[in-house]
Design a protein around this ligand. Structure first.
Ligand SMILES: [Zn+2]
Ligand SMILES: [Zn+2]
Length: 148
């Protein structure tokens, strides 16, 4: 097994092949933009980054939507309300997002909401099986520059 821990990349080729979807050159190029990034990116920014490889904005839009539907990307917003995306990591992790520079820190979420989930089960009679969580803040660099 890999020892890279929670920051390792999702095995995207397996995800695609399990669903019978071709993992094309374009999809690979677009996924690499997200999987190697330390900041969340807008569709426009990704389109700009892959334009030299002959990939158009419509393909980027469709691919980002597909990656999001497959659970490989999380949709987040920066402080200006701009919609951007960040790659999901292996295991139970959640992204902490700087709303100013969109830097992402993925943190280990094991047991994070256990107390709340138990309480909700007691109060509502639901059986809870999961949650989505994104945490927003302003990173130390941005605070130093007076953006916080
Ligand atoms: Zn920041
Ligand atoms: Zn969690």
């Amino acid at each position: 097994m890999s020892s890279q821990g929670p920051q390792s990349e999702v095995d995207i080729e397996t995800v695609f092949s399990q669903r019978g979807l071709p993992y094309t050159r374009q999809r690979r190029a677009i996924w690499e933009q997200f999987s190697t990034a330390c900041r969340a990116a807008t569709i426009g920014e990704i389109a700009e980054a892959v334009r030299a490889e002959g990939i158009g904005q419509a393909t980027v839009y469709r691919t980002v939507t597909l990656l999001h539907d497959l659970g490989l990307l999380v949709r987040v917003r920066d402080r200006g309300g701009e919609v951007c995306y960040t790659a999901v990591r292996i295991g139970h992790t959640h992204p902490l997002i700087c709303g100013v520079c969109r830097r992402i820190v993925n943190f280990d979420g094991d047991g994070d909401l256990a107390y709340l989930e138990k309480q909700l089960e007691r109060e509502t009679g639901f059986v809870v099986y999961g949650h989505h969580l994104e945490v927003y803040g302003v990173c130390a660099d941005c605070r130093e520059q007076g953006c916080g």
